[in-house]
Ligand binder design. Structure first.
Ligand code: G16
Length: 544
């Protein structure tokens, strides 16, 4: 089969963000746009030549077309083997699992995660390294640099490649192996959790659950594991069929976008346990009866109870959380004498800590939790962790969390997002805050005494790499905190995120409504950052 070399010109907007390159589908459909980025991966990740690549995506619009493009280019770039999820489908955690299990040279995952899908919506691509995790900044930067000088890419001419039938086929000198998208991942889950015990919980008939797959990738995984292997009632998994446009929804598992699930966990007929996952299956939301578990609390509960769970019964080495995530896990780590790390936003920053066994569990406020079993956050894993815990404790979600607060204190937490605001205004707002940082400590703001104020920077303890300007932190003497950050995953204008946290040690004051507890702190943040005058927004787009 003959390699064809195509002439191309660089695009100036291919620097990956928090998690890969995310753009509108229309941008990816621009001739050579996808190809340039893929060639930049092959040019910089030289172990892929003669090596094995894992390939799959969340099934959103343009997934199948992109898989064909990448397979042809993989063949032209001398890859020995490509493992493709059947139908081009792999959840992000399953891709990470397969990259690790078969000791491959990395993976390409096609997803824009929780962003909507469809011809006018978002698409994305990211490279994961052989440890199964998102490429670190040194790698994404090298790929980006290559895109700025690219003049050619290689491909082959071929008929459309069958990606739906399990088994092997040959494309030039490359073997294309279509693999079951679910099996390896399900096998891993069976090693970590006590399936027998969870099955007993479902078989008891006293426990009800709904899992909202949001018409995204986790449908087949959740159906196989929950309804197949664990005997949950048929219908436990809702919106379980992946659709290219996620059924017109926004596949982001939070209280706003997973409203159908929220309704099922509310009121007198509510189910006992609700959970949802996002577009590519790495995020999770956990709900009890009339009860929402913040992702930060979920991580803290996991750290406190990991010793009860089969896969972690030998103990955990430490925990990490992204900087804006609440400090609830820190309090558990302190009590248990565990190491605790604060990293910038982005799962890629956990990779070295996991590889070096400094941590076992990690999590982010952005509905992500995970462990050393793979190198991505893992939505269904988190749900199974909770199910296992419910089966062991025989308590409700609400009781488990409230007992946790009694022991460790409660970190009230909320996040305000201002989406698609003017980029220059957003940057001006951040600069304005940066300029005030030196003057803030010891000042009183709206009754809060500022203890520290900085622009978060992180030095990786393993490789010494430095990441700066990762978000503005303002800490107060009562343990509360405000963080301002610009999102790195949006595709339109800028998104300002304001993260707010208040600590309450007294059990008598731990049952209040989050938004009323946070009112004053919110007000302080709005005034400090001059949000309305600078962005024109009187209220956030989403509050979680
Ligand atoms: C990605 C990253 C996460 C990050 C999240 C939010 O998640 O993998 O580590 O917390 O984006 O990032 P931002 O605040 O910059 O929008 P996902 O699920 O989109 O891949």
């Amino acid at each position: 089969m003959k390699t064809i070399t195509i002439n191309t010109k660089p695009f100036n907007d291919q620097r990956p963000g928090t998690s890969g390159l995310r753009k509108k589908v229309k941008v990816f459909q621009t001739p050579h746009y996808l190809e340039n980025f893929v060639q930049a991966i092959f040019d910089t990740q030289t172990d892929l030549r003669g090596g094995t690549l894992v390939l799959g995506g969340d099934g959103r619009f343009y997934n199948r077309e992109a898989i064909q493009v990448i397979l042809r280019m993989a063949s032209a770039n001398s890859l020995k083997r490509v493992l493709v999820g059947q139908g081009g489908l792999l959840s992000t955690p399953a891709a990470s699992c397969i990259i690790r299990k078969y000791q491959t040279d990395g993976g390409i995952i096609l997803s824009a995660s929780h962003n909507p899908g469809g011809p006018d919506e978002d698409f994305g691509i990211k490279f994961n390294t052989p440890n199964g995790g998102p490429a670190p900044e040194s790698v994404t930067e090298a790929i980006f640099q290559r895109t700025t000088s690219i003049t050619q890419y290689d491909t082959v001419e071929s008929q459309s490649i069958d990606i739906d039938t399990l088994g092997e086929s040959i494309l030039g000198n490359t073997t294309i192996q279509i693999v079951d998208s679910v099996k390896d991942y399900a096998d891993l889950m069976m090693q970590l959790f006590d399936f027998e015990r969870i099955r007993q919980l479902f078989d008891s008939g006293l426990f009800s659950m709904r899992f909202d797959a949001m018409h995204a990738i986790t449908g087949p995984y959740a159906t196989h594991i929950l309804e197949g292997l664990l005997n949950a009632q048929p219908g436990t998994v809702m919106n379980g069929k992946p659709k290219v446009d996620f059924g017109g929804g926004h596949p982001d598992p939070n209280l706003v976008h997973a409203h159908e699930l929220v309704a099922l966990t509310s009121g007198s007929n509510a189910v006992d346990f609700g959970a949802a996952s996002d577009g590519d299956g790495d995020r999770n939301m956990v709900l009890g009866r009339n009860f929402f578990v913040t992702p930060s609390d979920s991580l803290a509960v996991m750290v406190a109870s990991a010793h009860l769970i089969k896969g972690y019964s030998d103990g955990i080495s430490g925990v990490a959380r992204s900087m804006p995530t609440s400090q609830a896990a820190d309090r558990v780590a302190k009590k248990l004498g565990l190491a605790c790390y604060e990293t910038p936003t982005g799962w890629k920053f956990f990779g070295n800590l996991l590889d070096d066994r400094k941590i076992t569990l990690c999590g982010e406020e952005s509905f992500g939790t995970g462990s050393n079993h793979i190198r991505e956050k893992d939505g269904l894993w988190a749900v199974l962790f909770w199910l296992n815990l419910l089966a062991i404790k025989q308590q409700s979600v609400e009781t488990i969390v409230k007992e946790h607060w009694k022991t460790f204190g409660r970190n009230y937490y909320t996040r305000y997002d201002y989406e698609a605001i003017d980029k220059a205004a957003a940057e001006g707002l951040m600069d304005h805050l940066r300029n005030r940082l030196n003057h803030l400590p010891s000042q009183e703001l709206n009754g809060y005494l500022v203890e520290y104020a900085d622009d978060f920077a992180y030095t990786d303890p393993i490789d010494g790499s430095r990441s700066e300007r990762q978000g503005i932190r303002i800490g107060f003497s009562d343990g509360s905190r405000i963080v301002f950050r610009l999102s790195g995953t949006g595709t339109e204008g800028a998104t300002l995120r304001v993260y707010l946290e208040a600590y309450e040690a007294d059990p008598a004051k731990q049952m209040q409504d989050t938004q009323s507890v946070m009112n004053n702190l919110v007000e302080t943040a709005l005034v400090l950052a001059e949000i309305e005058p600078r962005t024109g927004r009187t209220k956030p787009t989403v509050i979680t």
